[in-house]
Design a protein. Structure first.
Length: 306
């Protein structure tokens, strides 16, 4: 009776858990960066599956081969302590596996960090900034801005400039590519592209407080002509984004989708001087050259040796 109850509880628990599952969108890529990421995942899964199957097969073989038999009671199987051959084999196998996965990961990392190849147009630049708990998307060339939704053209690279007006967030569109942090006082660059028209979901993948679960956005990948038409419509019908309005948008809370003419980049520029991955040596040299060295000579250095 107790066993039956336990089985019923397990069945109910499994059914409840499985009811909340959905297809893994990261394994349904719609762009080149996402395909590269999905391929790495499949290669890792395949490698792990081979290891598991080999271990299970060896375990079954050893159980059968060395099962109880009619040998003499004092029989001892041959000892293999100190076998250099075996030690080399079971040391080399994990080294080869780790080296293989490392090479695959390094190659794919460089590939997804670069601008996707095979496109004739220059990347569309979009500044994506996060706040509690919203996403702001600025199109500097088009001079428009959206909140919590994106329009991008298909068959064209998109270069996101990521930063944050609040805590560290993680920008992620699973079907288009991997995630990357949006942080204050620095700009990270994420290159993506969509080859298939459709609506994709994006979200913040880094916990940022009570509103984290609803910090999501939609991505509408449309044809180049549809994208152009949308931009023209926004310029014709949307309200102008003012500094006061943007200040209201930065207040913590949830918001639906909004569209504006103009961007906040004009009155609240991103921290361009701290771009991740870009050389800042020139900037530092310039700042040092602009310093008045005469003022430094007049400083009191008496406390420096203490």
């Amino acid at each position: 009776m107790n066993l039956r109850r336990i089985m019923m509880v397990l069945i109910f628990a499994c059914t409840t858990i499985l009811a909340g599952c959905q297809p893994l969108k990261v394994l349904d890529p719609k762009g080149p960066q996402a395909r590269t990421t999905a391929n790495v995942i499949w290669i890792s899964i395949g490698t792990m599956a081979v290891v598991v199957l080999v271990v299970i097969a060896m375990f079954a073989y050893l159980i059968i081969k060395y099962r109880a038999s009619k040998q003499e009671e004092d029989y001892e199987p041959p000892h293999i302590e100190g076998s250099l051959k075996l030690e080399l084999i079971w040391t080399a196998i994990p080294v080869v596996i780790v080296a293989f996965l490392s090479v695959v990961t390094i190659i794919s990392t460089f590939k997804v960090e670069d601008v996707p190849e095979g496109y004739s147009k220059e990347p569309l630049v979009i500044y994506a900034s996060s706040s509690n708990w919203k996403w702001h998307f600025s199109y500097p060339n088009e001079d428009i801005e959206t909140v919590n939704y994106l329009y991008i053209p298909t068959d064209r690279p998109v270069q996101f400039k990521l930063y944050s007006y609040g805590p560290i967030s993680s920008f992620w569109i699973p079907q288009l590519g991997g995630q990357k942090y949006a942080m204050a006082d620095m700009v990270n660059t994420l290159n993506l592209a969509a080859d298939v028209p459709g609506e994709y979901s994006g979200r913040n993948a880094n916990f940022t407080g009570e509103g984290f679960a609803e910090q999501t956005f939609s991505v509408n990948a449309v044809s180049p002509q549809e994208y152009t038409d949308w931009v023209e419509e926004v310029k014709t019908t949307a309200d102008v984004l003012t500094k006061e309005k943007f200040g209201e948008l930065l207040q913590p809370g949830h918001l639906g989708q909004s569209t504006f003419k103009g961007t906040h980049l004009t009155f609240s520029p991103p921290p361009e001087n701290h771009q991740m991955g870009e050389k800042s040596t020139e900037k530092m040299d310039t700042d040092m050259n602009e310093m008045n060295m005469g003022d430094m000579e007049d400083m009191d250095h008496s406390n420096m040796s203490q």
